[in-house]
Design a protein around this ligand. Structure first.
Ligand SMILES: *Cc1c(COP(=O)(O)O)cnc(C)c1O
Length: 365
């Protein structure tokens, strides 16, 4: 018997998505850092990205980078969230590069790198409007100056992150500002800015429509590789698979039930009040899947299935085609939030389909 619930992960499709993006962006002289943070540092997915030609891997958690290292994933690895002071030693031990916004942290990284007799590379993140991480542009030159003077630290480049907190969109203005800052650093300090990392999957619409992508020569891509969508409007990207990863769950109850609850209605398990619906009877099924496994709001059920509600361990839905058999499995598409939660839930199994010709033949047949 297969585990349920489980993620079915098609490594061939992930590799195809990554390769397509790598090739399209190469035409713009932009390299791709494959972001693994939504995968709990899965070595299988990391390998698929590397086979597709990403220039390195990025993750927001040092635990995931450590896990990939111990699974012998061999790549340049970047910690893309500002390191915690308390993890500085682990960061210089396992990550080649870290993205930083606080000099106090970079000083500690310098110290720990010195203790380990190694060099650690730093990318300085700049705030360009989304109000998440980033040094204010006016303070960048001072930060660069101090970073360049720290022993055992090399300044690899600058970067920015948009669209994650407030949805501030990448455009010619903010990306132009990043390019201008890269040029200013070079002119001021007579040192080259090797990496200008323009952002994440929310940058793709801008890259493919802009006349001039300036100095931007790297993007950090997670969602677009894993789910085949850009992250501003969640549009499917031409030629990419949007079903490389799906979630399978099992029916544990199937009965005809009224849609209207009885009794006086108060709060449910999560403090919501269930909506009142028409007084009809429907084929209702319960799947062994809940908030402990996935973000239920990010599930897209198959045609003819409507999700009615859910709680910690139960997903309640109705099937237009009548009663579903107990034990039947159902496959859902996931959004980024659902993917992240399922990948990091200890209750959700993972079934990898290797990238092979056999898989391709089976798909065609
Ligand atoms: C998560 C993250 C990314 C990747 O974002 P996607 O939208 O999944 O491509 C890139 N950069 C930073 C700093 C991140 O935190």
């Amino acid at each position: 018997m297969m585990l349920a619930p489980r993620l079915e992960i098609d490594l061939g499709k992930i590799q195809h998505n990554a390769r397509t993006l790598v090739e399209r962006l190469a035409k713009r002289d932009i390299s791709v850092t494959g972001v693994t943070k939504a995968t709990l540092g899965s070595p299988e997915i990391a390998h698929a990205m590397l086979l597709a030609g990403v220039s390195g891997l990025g993750d927001s958690r040092i635990e995931n980078i450590e896990a990939m290292r111990s699974s012998n994933v061999s790549a340049r690895m970047s910690l893309i969230r500002s390191p915690m002071l308390s993890q500085a030693k682990r960061v210089v031990t396992s990550a080649d590069v870290s993205f930083n916004t606080e000099l106090e942290v970079i000083r500690r990284l310098s110290l720990e790198a010195g203790n380990l007799d190694r060099t650690h590379a730093v990318v300085l993140m700049v705030e360009l409007g989304d109000l998440r991480e980033g040094i204010m542009p006016a303070d960048l030159m001072a930060a660069v100056s101090e970073t360049l003077n720290l022993p055992n630290i090399v300044l690899k480049g600058i970067g920015t992150n948009l669209a994650c907190r407030c949805g501030a969109s990448p455009d010619d203005t903010n990306m132009g500002e990043l390019s201008r800052l890269a040029a200013l650093v070079e002119a001021t300090f007579d040192s080259s800015v090797e990496i200008v990392s323009g952002g994440n999957s929310a940058n793709l619409e801008w890259v493919f429509s802009s006349e001039n992508t300036g100095r931007v020569n790297n993007l950090r891509l997670g969602e677009s590789i894993l789910l085949g969508r850009e992250a501003l409007h969640r549009n499917a990207i031409d030629g990419l698979h949007t079903d490389a990863i799906t979630l399978v769950a099992e029916v544990v109850e199937s009965k005809f039930k009224p849609t209207q609850p009885t009794g006086e209605l108060a709060q449910n398990a999560f403090g919501d009040c269930p909506e009142l619906v028409d007084r009809v009877t429907v084929a209702q099924a319960i799947l062994a899947l809940g908030v402990q496994d996935v973000d239920l709001g990010g599930l897209q059920p198959p045609k003819g299935i409507e999700i009615l509600g859910g709680s910690s361990d139960h997903l309640v839905l109705t099937s237009a085609a009548g009663k579903l058999p107990v034990g039947a499995e159902m496959t859902f598409q996931l959004d980024y939030s659902a993917l992240l939660r399922a990948m990091t839930s200890p209750f959700v199994g993972k079934s990898y389909q290797p990238a092979s010709n056999v898989t391709n033949l089976r798909r065609i047949a």
